[in-house]
Design a protein around this ligand. Sequence first.
Ligand code: NAP
Length: 215
Amino acid sequence: MGDLSVYPGRRLAVPGDIRDASFAQLLIDRTVTEFGRLDVLVNNAGLGHHSALAEMPLADVRTILDTNVVGLVAATQTAVAVMKRQGRGQIINISSIVGQRPLMHSGIYCASKTAVNFLSRSWRMELKPYNIKVTLVYPGVTATEFGLAKLGGAGENRFGLSGIPAERVGQAVVKAIQYGRTEVYVTWYDWAVAHLSRLFPRAIDSFLAWSVQKS
Ligand SMILES: NC(=O)c1ccc[n+]([C@@H]2O[C@H](COP(=O)([O-])OP(=O)(O)OC[C@H]3O[C@@H](n4cnc5c(N)ncnc54)[C@H](OP(=O)(O)O)[C@@H]3O)[C@@H](O)[C@H]2O)c1
């Protein structure tokens, strides 16, 4: 965990494993005890995976889904119970551009992010009457430790793209809170890939395959 004392304001760190549903309860309870309310939940915890279909261990599939999907559901359920009582709140789910446009050799990670997208859009409708907003953020390649932490072997950046600084994603999240945005692309490139993929899926397949080969 980074040193939070360098940032302004009050802060509380609660270490734990998001795959354990009781951790979500502990996290939210301690936040409400410390700050008196819960304005925003950012579901950021996530784990990547890189492997060909034939070599993908089912244990890895479960770990990815437990972390990226089940953990997010548990945290959201717990936060929403508090937000409903408050009559307001915002859930921010950190998805990925690959949840909109899958890449080869990372099918289960892409599928986990697609699940996050559909859950979020469904909850957005369901929670609107309670004044709870649901925001999706779609980062592209970002310079973090994600490539080192991912399961299934190395493969830090196989797409010939240099990652944007993580601060750009953080700033996009802050703006999403300030302006109540619902769908957030961090760069124009990610926006273009998502939208062009729907219009020209085969051309984008070829472009991405070429990018991987080139890198
Ligand atoms: N980097 C990219 O290119 C990229 C692109 C699109 C989307 N994203 C998404 O952005 C989010 C943040 O990733 P990142 O790039 O910042 O990668 P990262 O540096 O590896 O950070 C991932 C974070 O998730 C936490 N985490 C993982 N498994 C967890 C678990 N079981 N319980 C609690 N926390 C857990 C990690 O905590 P510990 O450090 O304590 O393990 C870490 O803080 C993820 O949802 C990822 O899918 C990343």
